[in-house]
Design a protein around this ligand. Sequence first.
Ligand code: 5AD
Ligand code: SF4
Length: 515
Amino acid sequence: MNEQQRKEMSHIQTDQNNKPLHEKTSADFAKYFEATYEPPNINKARKRGRDEIEVHYDFEVPEDMRMIGKGKHFLIRTYGCQMNEHDTEVMAGILTEMGYTPTTNTEDAEIILLNTCAIRENAENKVFGEIGHLKPLKLENPDIIVGVCGCMSQQEGVVNRILQKHQHVDLIFGTHNIHRLPELIKEAMFSKENVVEVWSKEGDIIENLPKVRHGKIKAWVNIMYGCDKFCTYCIVPMTRGKERSRLPKDIIQEVRHLAAQGYKEVTLLGQNVNAYGKDFEDDSYRFGDLMNDLHKIDIPRVRFTTSHPRDFDDHLIEVLAQGGNLLDHIHLPVQSGNSHILRKMNRKYTRESYLELVDKIKQAIPNVTLTTDIIVGFPNETDEQFEETMTLMEEVGFESAYTFIYSPREGTPAAVQKDDISMEVKRERLQRLNALVNKQSAESMKAYKGEIVKVLVEGESKKDPDVLSGYTEKNKVVNFKGPHSIIGEIVDVKITETRTWSLNGEMVDQTVGVK
Ligand code: 5AD
Ligand code: SF4
């Protein structure tokens, strides 16, 4: 780095008093945070009130920021869940209104944002790796803005670590600050200091944020934000704030608009969609009512993720059983098959009550496909308790599962528990569980041989541009040959070959899409 660059870099290395950040003591940081930042606090989070939710419809990129990105590029790297993917679409929308255009090449970008995930330690490690990789780029070109946002930036420890060890990061903002992006970028451009804005305030819903959606076939639609379930292993209630539902009219309008634009599928998003509406003060409208209203909209497919078994009520099952555009695939995270572990996880259901719910769902929707999330190696999980997860997996007949080794998250109740189970044992359990998941997935696929399924064609398959790829109603990947003109359409495909995670087939009507 030459002297000029050092000088230019110096603005991100000092605080308001020109004191280099790496020389700051934790007392300095405490003072710094007093003004700008409130760390996640589970006790406080548990006491948060139900009032104060305000819906705003007045978002606008300020006049003086509308052309600031003209001729410049942005790149957003997204880690973690669909919620983050959708937040990225919103940030892309805001940056586009500021005149920026997207790029996939870091060297071409004037703004690089990392939209991060805090759910497990390995997700965080990946982000810290990427932050490190961006350092030479920033040193070469001090004018670029490197920003970190998403769930990791809601954690005090992470913000401290970035400020102390990764001084090439210009901007850190939280999950409740996305709508402030124009002001934050302006500050990062012109200020001589790192810009940190992480609100713990979590009462508001900003309705009219612009979005640049990924593709024109499937769309994500937020129906609620935050989570009040406080599972003892999970950081989300602290990074995403309290449960707050969007108003039905706003969701319905968004889905209608997407249908009118030609989208074929929407996935409703929430950390716990079944709790939709519970925060409405004097309204008994719930998730079942919302699904019932969306059932009437002329859009071929409506999915939702993710469900909590606790709030999965009879009315919702009744509504889903109507079928139509409400698809018969339900992702129902169970986490463990042992009631004692479930209690320690604060899941508020037992193995038996989960199985009862599954029975009820299967009776109402006989063809239903169930998938799940499972954590192995929760602190002190015994072999016998783990075996109950294995038997539950079989008993329910899950067709697929996301499986994870428990990862302690600072600030969560489970993280302070002493844990006698070694990582080796946890890895072995994960391997055994994954072998069972693969077996059940392969078996569920075999049943499709010779069947005709409806496939929403999404594009070329990743492996072969001559092959098209899409998803069935039950979310199974199907590869088959066909003309590119059917991308975005729903077509009938006859399954000729089955694999563990995908199906191969042939179009039933070979003339569809051929001119
Ligand atoms: N460790 C491992 N897995 C976790 N999940 C959430 N928190 C943790 C954690 N601390 C898993 C759960 C959840 C999914 C999104 O991530 O299975 O359903
Ligand atoms: Fe985390 Fe889901 Fe539990 Fe909420 S319901 S605390 S998001 S695992």
